[in-house]
Design a protein around this ligand. Structure first.
Ligand SMILES: Cc1cc2nc3c(=O)[nH]c(=O)nc-3n(C[C@H](O)[C@H](O)[C@H](O)COP(=O)(O)OP(=O)(O)OC[C@H]3O[C@@H](n4cnc5c(N)ncnc54)[C@H](O)[C@@H]3O)c2cc1C
Length: 427
């Protein structure tokens, strides 16, 4: 491949304590948390709304915050957002969970489907109220490194190519774009053909008029619609990593073509319309940091000394986990961290850690750790962990799951297979 070297002098726009790249749920949680710690904070978002996959990507469902037996595991900012997301748009919180902890044991799980765009605007309101600065339509292209220390980030926007300096950089682009660009160790993933849009139909409108709930007006329509487990992945269609422009384009063109064929096959063109399409690729696992610890499903029921939050399995009851700080940072890169989709994890462990509730917890955790590292004059991986855990507890995060929630039979079956028999819990 031929190369071209460009040398450019960039304007140094501003210095921040903490810069967060990518305003998905993990990034917004991180930016709010850093600002609440009293640090000057900038959030860079390449699109025009906050929320990432949860809003732009039309994944408007908080997966369960509980263990499947009526015990809530995930609290903190996630719980606050679940509640906020019910205020001005539709919601689907089960009646058992409407008023906090269920009075009786229940198998009903604590989830919520919400209006993506209304919630996105609420997140913007929350972010600005925290005192963090926000730049929309602004791509963070790469971290600028002095050896293994990050000194800032390059941005491309309507203002041109610029530089923002920082003491701590958190990459929550979901794809580790900013750190991957400068060779921070990482691992790429693979993605099935998932592409799901929302349509509005006359039938849906009638249903909504009868129920009095606008949510009933929408239904799903999409491309191939492969599941988390690869069901419905069409034969001969390769999986996408989602980390090159060609790969992303191929994914979008392939799925949009299938969707257009479905629309062409509809008999009455006046009976339906596409209400909205995902405005970012619906990739689950594109690229994660190789942190100092790779979280796996085989960590079920394990307490970590450096846990920054307990999480539960969204697909299966009982399974409980703790996320170690080491999965969000590296000792040899003192002032960089990540959260959400690019946390360090393997196989189904990656699925467990990337979904919306854990993404919010890890966003909070890495930001509070980064701010503490500034105060302690050390790397993120070296912060006083007990102090960090007490700060997380003060934010209403459950740091360790209670042992009384652990079932007698600790066998972990994932999608019908014993986790110990599959590499890293991967299927
Ligand atoms: C098909 C599918 C179904 C899912 N179903 C569920 C579900 O039902 N419930 C659930 O809880 N989770 C679900 N998930 C997972 C969940 O949606 C995501 O894992 C979670 O929202 C990830 O949040 P994040 O903040 O880590 O990353 P993202 O949501 O990917 O956010 C990254 C943000 O960074 C921005 N960005 C990217 N690059 C740059 C850059 N260079 N500069 C500036 N900004 C940048 C993006 O625009 C985006 O806003 C699903 C995911 C998929 C793909």
């Amino acid at each position: 491949m031929s190369t071209l070297t460009l040398s450019k002098t960039l304007t140094v726009k501003k210095e921040y304590d903490v810069i967060v790249c990518g305003g998905g749920v993990a990034g917004v949680a991180a930016a709010i948390s850093a600002a609440k710690c009293g640090k000057s904070t900038l959030l860079l978002e390449k699109s025009t709304i906050l929320g990432g996959l949860a809003t732009l990507g039309l994944i408007n469902l908080f997966v369960p915050l509980c263990n499947g037996r009526g015990k809530q595991i995930i609290f903190g900012l996630c719980e606050k957002w679940v509640r906020e997301s019910t205020l001005y748009g539709y919601d689907t919180i089960p009646s058992e969970w409407k008023n906090g902890d269920p009075k009786e044991p229940t198998l009903k799980r604590y989830t919520n489907r919400f209006s993506p765009y209304i919630f996105a605007m609420q997140m913007t309101e929350d972010l600005l109220a925290s005192g963090a600065d926000l730049l929309y339509d602004c791509v963070a292209t790469e971290a600028v490194m002095d050896g293994k220390k990050c000194i800032g980030v390059v941005t491309v926007s309507k203002s041109g190519t610029e530089f923002y300096g920082c003491k701590m950089l958190i990459d929550t682009t979901g794809d580790l774009d900013v750190l991957r660009a400068v060779g921070v160790p990482h691992t790429k993933g693979q993605n099935f053909a998932t592409y799901s849009c929302k349509q509005i139909t006359l039938e849906g409108c009638k249903k909504a008029a009868e129920s009095g709930n606008i949510r009933d007006a929408y239904s799903g329509i999409g491309g191939y619609g492969a599941s988390l487990w690869g069901d419905r992945q069409p034969e001969g269609v390769p999986r996408w990593s989602g980390t090159t422009v060609e790969d992303v384009t191929d994914y979008l063109v392939t799925n949009q073509k299938v969707m257009l064929e479905k629309l062409k096959a509809t008999k009455d063109k006046n009976s339906r319309d596409v209400a909205t399409i995902p405005h970012m690729p619906q990739f689950r696992t594109t690229c994660h940091l190789n942190g100092d610890y790779d979280f796996t499903v085989n960590d079920a029921y394990r307490h970590f000394d450096d846990s920054v939050g307990a999480i539960n399995d969204f697909e299966h009851r009982d399974h409980l986990f703790e996320v170690p700080l080491r999965a969000l940072c590296r000792k040899d890169y003192p002032n960089i961290g990540t959260a959400g989709r690019s946390a360090s994890a393997t196989g189904y462990g990656w699925d467990l850690i990337r979904v919306i509730p854990p993404a919010i917890i890890t966003g909070q955790a890495i930001a509070i750790a980064a701010c503490q590292a500034i105060d302690e004059g050390c790397g993120i991986a070296n912060v006083d962990i007990k102090l960090l855990q007490s700060k997380l507890t003060a934010e209403n995060i459950m740091v360790h799951f209670p042992d009384e929630y652990v079932p007698e039979d600790k066998t972990v079956i994932i999608h019908g297979k014993n986790a110990t028999e599959i590499d890293g819990g991967h299927l």
